[in-house]
Design a protein around this ligand. Structure first.
Ligand SMILES: CC(C)(COP(=O)(O)OP(=O)(O)OC[C@H]1O[C@@H](n2cnc3c(N)ncnc32)[C@H](O)[C@@H]1OP(=O)(O)O)[C@@H](O)C(=O)NCCC(=O)NCCS
Length: 97
């Protein structure tokens, strides 16, 4: 799974669809590369429109404090996070650009 963020759009250009375009591009690229899921911490009312929900992370923990209702995930492969539990750890490898 990938951890996505931070996502920010210049306040002068908010509401023009840039954030949505960036999210769609990231989700599309992650799918194309064969990843199983994307996790992020953010505002659920914004990210739910892209399919991110907190129920997918209910048994996962992040190192350090986090708000459970803002810890969201999208499965790119159906069932990828089923049974996933415990602390997130880095995979320890870099992917080529
Ligand atoms: C959140 C953010 C990335 C959205 O980027 P954007 O280019 O303005 O988004 P879009 O134009 O694609 O989408 C705008 C829609 O998202 C909604 N939206 C924006 N921020 C939102 C939030 N925090 N919660 C719920 N909805 C939000 C807008 O009301 C608008 O809704 P509409 O389509 O019904 O009119 C941008 O507002 C931002 O940088 N905010 C500050 C940093 C931040 O909060 N980052 C992400 C959360 S961790």
């Amino acid at each position: 799974a990938l951890l996505l963020g931070p996502l920010a759009v210049d306040a002068a250009h908010e509401g023009k669809g840039i954030g949505s375009a960036l999210m769609r591009a990231a989700i599309g690229e992650a799918t194309r590369r064969g990843h199983g899921a994307i996790l992020l911490v953010g505002d659920a009312p914004y990210y739910e429109r892209f399919g991110f929900f907190a129920d997918k992370t209910q048994h996962l923990m992040m190192p350090g404090p986090f708000e459970r209702g803002r810890f969201l995930a999208l499965e790119l492969k159906s069932g990828w996070l089923e049974g996933a539990a415990g602390m997130l750890v880095a995979a320890g490898r870099r992917l080529s650009a």
